[in-house]
Design a protein around this ligand. Structure first.
Ligand code: SF4
Length: 827
């Protein structure tokens, strides 16, 4: 690598491992300090530390620290002197060092006492576009070896090396970009000195030469590189094409027997003459030839004019009031905008305030702005639109397909994996979350309106609680109209204040970005209020939002969003194809069909290939456990706890238990984790030991993971359990939509609950089982829900009928464990 001077060549990289996350309650078990000179490691100091308390199995497994060695180690007090001697007065470098400092400052007086640089913060700014900034992932991206992650010495050395690479990257940044970052972050920012070098150190040998570190660019590169003869393309059942194209005559649902990747099938339609829009998951689209254009919504693209205005604001000191999170995001944008090919925000991580700020910097004001814009020749969105005009296939996110710009001249739209089309359509409809509205008004100090909205929240809870009348009473409508008028009056004042504060020099085709976030928030709520109040009052309804969340959400009546979505597409395109794995089942079940807003003649099933028969000793095994009697919630929890303990100990397999709620996870965790950990089996509980990352631990042998329904295990994921336990079967959260749909089905003399709620869950479980089987070979799924047992509930039989072709057994708990273990051990 090219030698360039770096601002801080000598430093100490450090890291500690601890028994947990709390500096008050937890203790250090390992500390490491690595001295770097000229950016190279020259000396290491590390020690295990006797914590003076018990260490959880999880930590020992995560770090690989041997408990026997740990108990022979010195305590923290006795090594403080050595640490101080080793580190001297050199600046410190850590990866999210706030955590390490909070532990060390409790035991070392005056720690740190020197500048501390944070590679996590710096990497987010200087290397925007990475999928993850965890130490291991970042080291991998930057080609830095990290042999023993989660051991303090290796982590500290990797951190120090990352710091050196980051400094080189900073040195290569153009001087104006470095100055802009300092303006945004402020001169007093701890890392400002790294950006202050006088000269720019030439050699634009970027880490991101071809933009391949950016998610979307990489996906795009992959798409464009695959030739039509590539083996991926051969997987597409091309012989179906004539049938499928024939079917394009109407508005149809397509089912296909082998459940190949939806996008894969839809992608093969790219050979259809004329332009086709494919609405779906862009990232999973394999094997499409050239002539493909990615087109997102205007607000998904960076507006170069707004980005340059922000830099001017920073230099004028107008952004000083922003918090560190917002400043970091804006700094990352200044670097990213010099590197991005597509200008799509999905290339960078939108965490914290990133979502709101990306909206502020987006092309949302397009197209009126281009006449006044010096950047219009380079505008990312304009460029994407121009490319779309010459493309045979336009790929766009599903949410965007209803609202494509007029310039997109396509005749057919294929929606890939369209089961959630109704939900997506519904998301675009005006709705008011009263709690959020109150927060927005509070931020603007509209105390009178805050009170009114607060009263509305209580009122809406009454309405929801009684369930007697879901239509919003007149007085609520009147209050909403009043709030709307108040907001309408506040907007011009706020706009004037904003323009005054930004100075008179602004000749912008939009309100000053970022400075005007409050104004945008008011405008947003104004729009939602207008939408909700539009038309006749009876079209307004209060909706509940999911389990346990009874906050009032007021929305316009939308009974059949899927139908409306379909019609919206039909108005725009001559041909619409919705590709769904559930289409076959819809021809049998009225409720499912209605849920998707379809008529029987809408459904077309291709019989191009036969579904391979499942061999008797392959595929998943479904075990239903029969305890022989009905159980209360606590008895059932106890049964599940006992069952999981025995299962984990007897099988020593990786077990994933999908729980119905977070409180269930917590209860289960407190029942089983201690005894299992004493047996050497680590239990990871979602919501307690981290979020979805908890699933990563399923890659370790003999691990139990308790997670909420809805965990996403992708095809070909290395993280895959072989035994799946489901204590209770979940159903759609009750809300007005499902209530109304169910009622319609009851009116037809059918069971609305089964068709609208039970069947989709059964199909979802089937899909999940197929993914797991694909990844792990033989798997066993154990159902502990007593309602599934014969004779226990009206719907249990219907649910189990959906698994008629799966190897299934019904047995008492101990036999179930033996059967499951036997099944998965003969892979
Ligand atoms: S043309 Fe409009 S959207 Fe594009 S960069 Fe200029 S101001 Fe932004």
């Amino acid at each position: 690598m090219e030698a360039v001077a770096i601002a801080v060549p000598d430093y100490i990289a450090f890291d500690v491992e601890t028994t947990g996350f709390s500096p008050e309650e937890d203790r250090i078990i390992e500390a490491a300090f690595v001295r770097f000179e000229n950016g190279r490691p020259v000396a290491r100091w590390s020690s295990l530390v006797h914590p003076g308390r018990e260490v959880g199995l999880k930590i020992l497994r995560l770090t690989g620290i041997d408990l026997n060695e740990l108990v022979k180690s010195p305590d923290m007090e006795s090594i403080c002197g050595e640490i101080e001697k080793f580190r001297g007065r050199l600046p410190l470098v850590g990866h999210n060092p706030g955590f390490d400092v909070s532990f060390l400052s409790r035991v070392i007086q005056g720690f740190p006492g020197v500048p501390v640089y944070d590679t996590l913060e710096l990497a987010r700014i200087v290397c925007p576009g990475l999928k993850s900034y965890k130490l291991g992932d970042l080291a991998g991206e930057l080609d830095i070896p990290l042999c023993d992650a989660h051991r303090a010495c290796d982590d500290a050395e990797a951190t120090g090396r990352i710091f050196e690479v980051i400094q080189r990257e900073i040195a290569r940044l153009p001087e104006d970009v470095r100055k802009n970052i300092i303006s945004i972050m402020g001169e007093e920012w701890a890392s400002a000195c790294l950006f202050q070098a006088e000269e720019s150190f030439g050699h634009q040998l970027s880490l991101f030469i071809d933009g391949s570190s950016y998610g979307l660019s990489a996906a795009r590169a992959e798409i464009l590189q695959v030739s039509p003869d590539d083996s991926q393309v051969e997987k597409v059942p091309l012989e179906w094409l004539p049938d499928m194209l024939e079917a394009l005559k109407g508005h149809i649902f397509v089912d296909y027997p082998e459940r190949l990747d939806y996008a894969n099938v839809a992608a093969s339609l790219a050979s259809y003459p004329g332009t086709v829009v494919l609405a779906g998951d862009v990232e999973t689209l394999p094997g499409v030839g050239s002539g493909v254009c990615l087109l997102a919504a205007p607000h998904d693209y960076l507006c170069l004019l707004k980005a340059s205005v922000i830099e001017k604001f920073a230099r004028a000191g107008l952004l000083e009031h922003l918090d560190a999170d917002a400043k970091r995001f804006l700094s990352a944008i200044t670097v990213w905008k010099t590197r991005t090919q597509d200008g799509l925000f999905r290339e960078i991580q939108l965490v914290g305030k990133g979502h709101a700020l990306s909206r502020e910097l987006s092309c949302s004001d397009f197209p009126d702005c281009q006449e006044h814009c010096a950047y219009s020749g380079r505008c990312f969105y304009l460029r994407a639109l121009n490319t779309a005009a010459d493309s045979r296939m336009i790929v766009t996110p599903k949410i965007n397909c209803f609202d494509l710009p007029l310039e997109v001249n396509a005749s057919a739209c294929i929606v890939s994996g369209s089961d959630d089309l109704g939900t997506i359509w519904e998301r675009n409809r005006p709705r008011l979350n009263l709690v959020r509205l109150r927060e927005a008004l509070e931020a603007l100090r509209c105390s009178h309106c805050v009170e009114l909205v607060e009263r509305l929240i209580y009122k809406s809870l009454d309405v929801l609680g009684s369930k007697s009348d879901m239509v919003v009473p007149d007085d609520i409508v009147q209050t909403l109209s009043f709030v709307q008028q108040e907001i309408q009056l506040a907007i011009p004042d706020l706009r004037q204040q904003l323009r005054d504060s930004a100075g008179a020099s602004w000749q912008l085709p939009f309100d000053p970005p970022v400075l005007g976030m409050n104004l945008r928030s008011l405008e947003y709520w104004m729009e939602q209020l207008q939408g909700v109040l539009m038309e006749d009052d009876t079209s307004i309804r209060l909706l509940e939002k999911g389990y346990g969340d009874s906050r009032g959400i007021i929305a316009r009546k939308a009974l059949w969003p899927a139908i409306e979505a379909k019609h919206a597409l039909a108005r725009r395109f001559e041909k619409v194809v919705l590709v769904s794995p559930n289409a076959g089942s819809m021809s049998q079940f009225e409720g499912l069909r209605r849920l998707h807003g379809l008529e029987p003649e809408d459904l077309v099933r291709f019989e191009g290939q036969e579904t391979p028969k499942r061999e008797a000793d392959s595929g998943p095994l479904l075990v239903s456990i029969d305890k022989g009697h009905r159980m209360s919630y606590s008895e059932h929890l106890e049964l599940t706890g006992e069952f999981l303990q025995r299962l984990a100990m007897e099988s020593r397999e990786n077990v994933l238990c999908l729980c119905p709620s977070y409180s269930y996870i917590r209860n289960l965790n407190s029942c089983i984790s201690d005894s299992l950990e004493s047996e050497g089996i680590a239990v990871f509980a979602q919501g307690i030991d981290g979020g979805t990352r908890v699933l990563e631990h399923l890659a370790e042998p003999g691990t139990m993971v308790l997670a909420r329904f809805g965990v996403d295990i992708k095809g070909n994921s290395p993280v895959c359990p072989r035994i799946l336990v489901i204590p209770r079967i979940p159903f759609m959260p009750p809300n007005t939509m499902t209530d109304l749909r169910q009622r319609e089905i009851w009116d037809l003399g059918k069971n609305g609950f089964i068709e609208v709620s039970v069947l989709p869950v059964a199909f979802a479980l089937r899909g999940y089982m197929e993914t797991l089987s694909r990844n792990a070979g033989k798997i066993a799924v154990i159902l502990l829900d007593p309602k599934l047992l014969p004779g226990q509930s009206a719907w249990g039989k219907d649910f189990m009928d959906q698994f008629h072709d799966v190897n299934a057994i019904l047995c008492p708990p101990h036999t179930g464990i033996a059967q499951a273990v036997k099944w998965v051990s003969f892979g």
